[in-house]
Design a binder for this molecule. Sequence first.
Ligand code: GTP
Ligand code: MG
Length: 380
Amino acid sequence: MQGLLTDLPEKLDRMLAGGELTWIIIAAAAAALVIIIILLFLFFRRKQKKTAPKEPAETRRAEQQAVEPPEVEPGTVTPKTHGLMDRLKSGLGKTRHSLTQRLENAVSEKGVLDPEALEDIEEALITADVGIETTTELIRKIRENGPGISNFDELRSFLKQEIAKVFKNLEEPKPAGRKPHVIMVVGVNGVGKTTTIGKLAHRFRGEGQSVLVGAADTFRAAAVEQLGIWAERAGAQMVSHRENADPAAVAYDAVEAAISRDIDRVIIDTAGRLHTKTNLMEQLKKIKRSISKKIPDAPHEVLLVLDATTGQNAVSQAKMFHEGTGVNGLVLTKLDGTAKGGIVVAICSTMKLPVSYIGVGESIEDLQPFDPDRFVEALF
Ligand SMILES: Nc1nc2c(ncn2[C@@H]2O[C@H](COP(=O)(O)OP(=O)(O)OP(=O)(O)O)[C@@H](O)[C@H]2O)c(=O)[nH]1
Ligand SMILES: [Mg+2]
């Protein structure tokens, strides 16, 4: 080791004379330069990420967590039709993509609707959860019109027209003769009842109506809190009791408060029920009765919220709730999260109940009144 150190100046002299040291210094400087450039690049990239606008999903989540109520001016949530269509199209994107691809493949190969093509069309509709019954009926009609359908565009417009018919002539809930119009919202756990109430309240406030929400989901304190945040954001009033209070008493007080405060719309939130438990259904009936003690023809709307991603299970939920509570309108949520948006068709044709609203995203604007023509237009 000592020998090495004593030899070092000599070695350096020799390297200098031979020009080796100059090369080593140049190489070291070049390496240092490269390292500095990489560090600068990483530094600017981080800075850029920090200042870049948030992704829409992040923004939406942040929006939902915000407790500050937005300024809701009358008319602010009546988006232009093309805006609604764009949102609907993007919400139904998964369903449309899968369905059109399958249908296109079914007809494009031969240009005629032979039994094999019909089988493929049937499979495409069933995969989109249109339901066996409706699909069988549609296939029968396509077969009858066979010669008139020879390409994808013809098939598409035929299906649009036939599916739109499923939604027509369904009895809509009648508006209340006088104030307040009472809406009771029911459905199993986690389907989106409270979120839908928040979106609805925002929509009605945007139309210039006064809104009061009743926190009749008293099973969890968090449920009242969640509804409170939505009410605040939408600019709605809220009536709530303590945790575990009688939900029917909350509903009664909410309607009473709405009458005395001259409110236009009352929306009652209820707990997520397991439709298989009869006692829970009994409680919903009790809530309904207590509402009608204040206003005999209320609730004017019993809206059943169904999660579109649960597929055919939503049909059995609809049957159970309809039997128990006399549902007169449906809300299909989370259509943005599924390729099986055809469930809307299956439920309407099975239940003969109108779809009042559809949820196509988590943001406050992502609830639309259901328009059959717009829906089929966005579906294919
Ligand atoms: N992607 C998407 N998510 C939705 C939609 N509607 C509701 N959600 C989400 O569904 C989840 C459950 O919503 P809630 O409103 O709490 O459901 P709930 O029916 O009130 O649930 P419980 O009170 O527990 O019975 C939340 O994360 C919502 O953001 C929708 O249309 N699209
Ligand atoms: Mg809830």
